[in-house]
Design a protein around this ligand. Sequence first.
Ligand SMILES: [Zn+2]
Length: 94
Amino acid sequence: MWECWMPRFPSGKPSDAWHKTKRWQRLRIRIIARDSAVCQMCGCRTTTGRKNPRAAEVDHIIPHRGDEARFWNVNNLQCLCKVCHSTTKQRQET
Ligand SMILES: [Zn+2]
């Protein structure tokens, strides 16, 4: 699941609900298509399939921290592979 990258946020945050919306599902597909399903960090071609290490993840470039405008801003979204997504987010958490 892609909402698990902000473990320090208290549960019940609004972005949990946003991630479950059809609007997010559509936006996610749009971002992946816009970036040609290419990881914006390592340049690999991402795939579908949750268990694949190159699975596409849609990342917030600037963490939205519950900011609705930032969450939905297409200019703040990028396609990353699962590997890059987990490494960048881990770095921000430390
Ligand atoms: Zn990557």
